[in-house]
Design a binder for this molecule. Structure first.
Ligand code: SR1
Ligand code: MG
Length: 408
């Protein structure tokens, strides 16, 4: 009898045990008819976790999502252990984001610390943005939604909104050392080091990679960005905001997968999303055969990047204008602060583009291009653009300056 199963200690769920788990939790009763015939699908396509969709077979709109951390990196296997505590950071950040931006995340139901899992709204008809962009789909309002989500969540968790004692507690609550270390290594260190063993890249771009890794000026910028990542505690970040961390249905866009959440530099979230739009544009240089269609989609992606920034900036300024402490209402301070965030955004975007081409964790936009020669064309573009963004970030004052760097 499934109800007798005990979940008093961590164990990974399976297609067979997930329903028994739900039946053992009283919270489930409000969300699903637990006596009904339930369907279970494992839909995790990320690098780390198990994700189950559970639905009533006769009324599939009655469904929920169970996300559980495995004690290792799923894509690497048990040889790369990783504590399940990341589920704790994800659950707590999702709750915070839901408070600040309820329209832009799935609704959280409950979190089980022992089982390292969260149960949340199942976005059953939404699709992951990366896949949609690979299909060259136009997603209405994507950039604007990201700008709104980021302005709300970053402002509400910054020193502009929180009393300093609360802010200091937030930094401690989201120390997230293991996942921050993954980012530190995979984004800022390894791609710029010839000796890093986890780097993987197309043989056909090996010379480009050697050239990039030998560029002392670029390495200095990577070090500066890494230090900013390590030391700038501006706000609670999503921490891994690429296009695989957003799901869309029409004009409804939701941010998922915040297990990398920590208190860091605002430009990191903005930069990752921007970089992943640009990676899509690079990929379409070979994925899309027709020149006009290619140019149209590139300009659409850049437009979404611009819209993310301009929405973020306008919303953030509005919030700053209402900040309680008079310290923050100097217009000169506000301009300088946002310019700093923009420069970080551009620099982090460059780093992300390079690491997705050279480092351990790639993206399907590029890796999905089967022909290695064609793929190399897109990868070279990503490397060139990433390098330019990293080298020129500090000279950018407006988003239009940044756009001028994104031409090819
Ligand atoms: C070992 S985890 C590799 C990558 O997957 C996550 O989504 C992060 O982007 C991380 O860098
Ligand atoms: Mg993820």
């Amino acid at each position: 009898m499934t109800d007798a199963v005990s979940f008093g200690a961590y164990r990974p769920l399976s297609l067979d045990s997930v329903v028994a788990y739900l039946r053992s939790r009283s919270e489930s009763a409000d969300l699903l008819d637990l006596t009904a015939d339930l369907s279970v699908r494992e839909v995790g396509d990320g690098n780390l976790n198990l994700v189950f969709q559970v639905a009533e077979r006769d009324r599939p709109s009655r469904s929920l999502l169970v996300k559980q951390a495995l004690p290792y990196v799923r894509v690497a296997g048990e040889g790369w252990p990783l504590s399940t505590r990341r589920a704790h950071y994800e659950a707590r950040s999702l709750r915070r984001f839901f408070e600040s931006a309820p329209d832009f995340v799935p609704r959280p139901f409950w979190h089980d610390d022992v089982m390292a899992l969260s149960v949340m709204e199942n976005l059953r008809e939404h699709r992951v943005v990366r896949g949609l962009l690979n299909e060259r789909r136009v997603l209405p309002g994507l950039g604007e939604a990201m700008g709104r989500f980021l302005a709300a969540t970053l402002f509400d968790t910054s020193d502009f909104a929180l009393p300093s004692d609360e802010k200091r507690r937030l930094v401690g609550d989201f120390d997230n050392p293991e996942l921050c270390r993954i980012t530190e290594d995979l984004v800022f260190t390894e791609p710029f080091s010839e000796a890093a063993e986890r780097n993987r890249f197309n043989d056909l771009v090996a010379n480009d990679v050697r050239d990039l890794q030998g560029d002392e000026s670029l390495r200095a910028h990577a070090a500066r960005l890494k230090l900013t990542f390590l030391t700038s505690a501006q706000a609670l970040l999503h921490g891994d905001l690429h296009t695989g961390s957003v799901m869309s249905l029409g004009d409804d866009h939701r941010v998922i997968d915040s297990e990398f959440a920590f208190v860091g530099p605002m430009g990191f979230d903005l930069g990752l999303f921007l970089a992943n739009l640009l990676l899509s544009a690079c990929a379409h240089e070979v994925r899309t055969e027709h020149r006009a269609a290619r140019a149209e989609f590139r300009s659409y992606l850049l437009q979404e990047g611009r819209s993310m920034w301009s929405t973020f900036e306008a919303d953030f300024r509005e919030r700053l204008a209402k900040a309680e402490s008079p310290s923050w209402n100097s217009p000169a301070f506000q301009d300088a602060f946002l310019q700093g965030v923009l420069r970080d955004t551009v620099g982090f975007a460059g780093c992300e583009m390079i690491r997705r081409t050279v480092g351990f964790a790639h993206v399907s936009d590029l890796d999905g291009i089967e022909n290695p020669e064609a793929r190399a064309v897109a990868e070279r573009l990503a490397l060139t653009l990433g390098r330019t963004l990293m080298l020129e970030a500090q000279g950018v004052s407006t988003f239009d300056d940044a756009l001028r760097l994104m031409r090819w």
